[in-house]
Design a protein around this ligand. Structure first.
Ligand SMILES: Cc1ncc(COP(=O)(O)O)c(C=O)c1O
Length: 388
């Protein structure tokens, strides 16, 4: 089916639509940075794992990063390359399979390293080990996204890192960005070097984590390349890895929903939709943030604005708080018309739930010729088979 991506008027059911042209544009930017700066950039599955699109990714990148057994399997089995894996808590019942599916295994603590390094190497002798370190510096203001906040459970701080690293540790892993610019990386890098440069002669690689939003319009890509090149020049024996997630799928497509009803209470109008913030856009409630809605203006975050064409947007779940608003449109909303939530691919598509048994939006790929390929329709069985 051919689709007009300006209106998506051809759709009458909810759907996440990944636009291939926009995805390729991001992948080109990422591949450009990797080539110019002579670093490796890999995809973080936590942000994006639509595995049927991996053949497109493989045209631009060679590997992925996993934070769990299932992500490691997805990389190994579907992406076709062993993963760079980090988890704060490996377990006896998963470590063997994780080791089998990984090329790099990063430990969060010395105790995790001591518990599993011999066993992991027995399963996969090619594994390269790393330790996650805590630079004790992050500019991320939203606390739940700040991995360096006091009391953090992530990484080893410099005062606790042994002067001589264990013999089979090849790398260090640092993650302290979230949707950050390269200016943030510049300031953070200074802290990382200050804290950990003493260990650099002992390592072969360093992973600077995710959160480098190099595909955002105003991101200073040149500065990032300059910083990475400078690091490579100072420490030419260290291979540099970045593992963003959001940057790959940033602004690559919307969630298209439809208006099902209009209700009113206390002069507040709500447009009830066939999607849920809780189930299908969870970061809106979790982060929280208000999504951009195409051809509408966010008038009021607490949803009390009134006006002829102003609406709260309400979900089809029974959670009372499952609404956001208010948005003003240029016309009175009609049952059946599309509401287009922009930029709903990264994180959203991996975090959805089937709470309430609400029909899950389909997932589709809009090819560069505007032909829509539905990758996945969700069924009753998907809901039933998650439980027993
Ligand atoms: C260890 C690690 N690597 C990579 C990422 C991906 O970050 P982003 O999607 O913001 O680029 C995250 C996100 O939480 C992370 O925790």
């Amino acid at each position: 089916m051919k689709i007009n991506p300006l209106t998506y008027a051809e759709l009458s059911r909810p759907m996440y639509v990944l636009e291939e042209a926009r995805l390729r544009k991001n992948l080109e930017t990422i591949a450009h940075v990797a080539k110019e700066a002579d670093v490796e950039i890999i995809l973080a599955f936590k942000a994006y794992a639509l595995w049927r699109t991996f053949p497109i990714f493989r045209e631009y990148i060679k590997a992925t990063t996993a934070s769990s057994l299932f992500e490691a399997r997805l990389g190994f089995e579907e992406f076709g390359a062993p993963t760079h894996t980090f988890s704060p808590g490996y377990t006896d019942y998963e470590i063997d399979d994780i080791a089998r599916c990984s090329s790099h295994l990063v430990f969060n603590s010395i105790t995790q390293y001591e518990r599993y390094h011999v066993r992991a190497k027995m399963v996969n002798s090619k594994l390269s080990f790393g330790l996650r370190v805590n630079p004790e510096y992050s500019e991320v203001e939203t606390l739940i996204y700040n991995p360096c906040a006091p009391g953090t459970r992530f990484g080893i701080s410099s005062d606790k890192l042994p002067e001589t690293l264990p013999e089979d540790v090849d790398g260090l892993h640092v993650h302290c960005h979230c949707e950050s610019g390269s200016d943030v990386f510049e300031r953070t890098l200074a802290h990382i070097e200050e804290k950990f440069a003493n260990w650099f002669p002992q390592i072969k690689w360093i992973n600077f984590g995710g959160g480098h939003l190099m595909t955002r319009k105003d991101y200073d890509v040149k500065l990032l390349i300059h910083l990475l090149k400078g690091f490579r020049k100072r420490y030419p024996w260290i291979k540099v890895i970045l593992e963003p997630g959001s940057a790959f799928a940033w602004q690559t497509g919307p969630l298209v929903a439809q208006v099902v009803d209009i209700v009113e209470d206390n002069n507040i109008k709500t447009a009830i939709l066939n999607v849920s913030f809780s189930c299908h856009m969870p970061d809106c409630l979790e982060m929280p943030y208000h999504p951009a809605v195409r051809n509408a203006t966010l008038t009021d975050e607490d949803g009390t604005a009134k006006g002829e064409t102003t609406y709260r947007l309400g979900a089809n779940s029974c959670l009372s708080g499952d609404w956001m608003g208010s948005w003003t449109f240029d016309h009175a909303l009609q049952v059946g018309e599309n509401i287009i939530f922009e930029d709903m691919l990264h994180y959203t598509t991996v975090k959805t739930t089937m709470f309430n048994g609400i029909s899950h939006p389909a997932i589709a790929l809009l090819h560069t010729d505007n032909e829509l390929e539905v990758l996945r329709n969700y069924t009753y069985e998907d809901y039933r088979d998650r439980m027993d």
